[in-house]
Design a protein. Structure first.
Length: 67
C-alpha cells in the first residue's frame, strides 16, 4: 500500500477493479490491518488533525461533525 498508480482513461473500469482486487487479496491479514491504520492516519492529517468520526458518550454510536 502507499503507491499511486495512474491509469489510462481508455482502460475499462472492470480491468482496474480486477487488478486492485488481486493486489488486495495477495496481502496478508497483517498488511491489510496496517493498511487500514495508515488510511486512518492520512484521513486525520487531511482533516486538520481531527478525526472524521468521533465517539459519543453512548457506547459505540459515532457521529460525523456537521459541516
Amino acid at each position: 500500500m502507499g503507491k499511486l498508480k495512474l491509469y489510462d482513461i481508455n482502460t475499462p473500469r472492470e480491468t482496474i477493479v480486477e487488478e486492485r482486487d488481486a493486489i488486495y487479496l495477495s496481502y496478508t491479514p497483517e498488511q491489510r490491518f496496517f493498511g487500514v491504520l495508515q488510511l486512518n492516519h492520512i484521513s486525520v492529517m487531511m482533516n486538520g488533525g481531527k478525526p472524521l468520526k468521533s465517539p459519543q458518550s453512548k457506547g459505540l454510536v459515532i457521529r460525523k461533525p456537521a459541516i
